[in-house]
Design a protein around this ligand. Structure first.
Ligand code: SF4
Ligand code: SF4
Length: 338
């Protein structure tokens, strides 16, 4: 097994320029993937719903967690797309952060609710135009909302299986239930899964999961059945803002670089790509993201590494230990014969 970055064979670690070729598809089409631009996500969850509908993924509870407007908490056997809602005390670049509430007497402010136009009180309907509070000049974002709460922002991000270049889930599967497709994606076949669960701890992102009733493993297939007939995955098709973009991975990477440059020029200096680099610990993801903060804020590992990277070394050491034990046993046997 080669460790080099140049080879096209089946590597466990390092850049892999021809993922499908290494998996045995000599005439594979371009590698396909997802670019999820979280800067335009509006948290509508159309992607979650479309994924469930197309793939017939069972309902997994619709209760709010009590911690945010999230009602699914994370990816799982029955959640193949998950829209995270993260509330932060931080303005977006270019926005006026508004007023801090630290020096505000909230009880006094509450007692004024409903006494003027700018503070209409709970349940109030919009005031008539002639009595509405002044807004921002046309074309500008209002720096401070009428109740002065613009120091908060929501980060929304639709998470999914990363379809890793080096997919540990696939490496450890003993039945061949997990396989690499001709599009370079990673698919699990539930009818071959024996429920051993090896893939679950192997995934560095905590994506793949077993269903409680029969223990079989499930995750996003990047809508393999749709790709096969030239259609895009259901989540990308349904996203109204194009936050989820589907296409040839190389093209998506170029588009993502351009989008980051555009955001930086607009003052959004925290914008960064996550999972797009072929030099990272999983050889780059087939599903990568534009984030507006550190990966940890979104619950993503900052520096993921394919968990099977050290397998050859581990086997080498185990073989060495076995040979040493055999030599010791043989030595003591020979001594006893004398
Ligand atoms: S993210 Fe996890 S489940 Fe998805 S391909 Fe990578 S290792 Fe497998
Ligand atoms: S990714 Fe698109 S479809 Fe999903 S929640 Fe965001 S805007 Fe809605």
């Amino acid at each position: 097994m080669s460790d080099g970055a140049e080879g096209h064979g089946n590597l466990l670690y390092g850049p892999q320029p021809d993922v499908a070729g290494a998996a045995g598809y000599p005439d594979a089409p371009p590698r396909m993937g997802f670019f999820t631009d979280t800067s335009v996500c509006i948290g509508c969850k159309a992607c979650e719903v479309a994924c469930k509908e197309w793939n017939a993924v069972p309902e997994d509870g619709l209760l709010l967690t009590g911690m945010s407007y999230d009602n699914t908490q994370g990816l799982g056997a029955d959640t193949w797309r998950h829209v995270a809602f993260i509330e932060q005390r931080k303005p977006l670049a270019g926005q006026e952060p508004g007023v801090a509430h630290d020096d505000v007497d909230v009880f006094a402010a509450a007692s004024r609710l409903g006494t003027d136009v700018a503070s209409p009180g709970p349940g109030a309907t919009a005031p008539p135009p002639d009595r509405a509070p002044g807004g921002a000049p046309a074309g500008e974002i209002s720096p401070v909302s009428p109740d002065g709460r613009t120091e908060l922002r929501w980060l929304m991000a639709s998470d999914v299986c990363k379809h890793c270049t080096h997919a540990a889930c696939l490496d450890v599967c003993p039945t061949g239930s997990l396989f690499r497709t001709e599009f370079g994606t990673v698919v699990v076949q539930e009818d071959i899964c024996n429920g051993c669960g090896y893939c679950v701890p192997a995934c560095p992102y905590g994506v793949i999961d077993q269903r409680k009733d029969d223990g079989r493993a499930w995750k996003c297939t990047l809508c393999y059945d749709r790709l096969g007939v030239g259609m895009e995955p259901a989540c990308a098709k349904s996203c109204p803002t194009d936050s989820i973009q589907f296409g040839p991975l190389e093209e998506l990477r170029e588009r993502a670089q351009a989008r980051v440059a555009q955001l930086h020029a607009a003052g959004v200096t925290d914008a960064r790509l996550y999972g797009e680099s072929p030099d990272d610990g999983v050889g780059g993801d087939g599903a990568f993201f534009l984030l507006l903060d550190e990966p940890e804020v979104y619950g993503l590992p900052p520096d993921p590494v394919v968990t099977t990277r050290d397998l050859p070394d581990m086997w080498r050491h185990a073989a060495l230990a076995a040979v040493s034990l055999l030599a010791l046993a043989a030595g003591s046997f020979v001594r006893r014969q004398r």
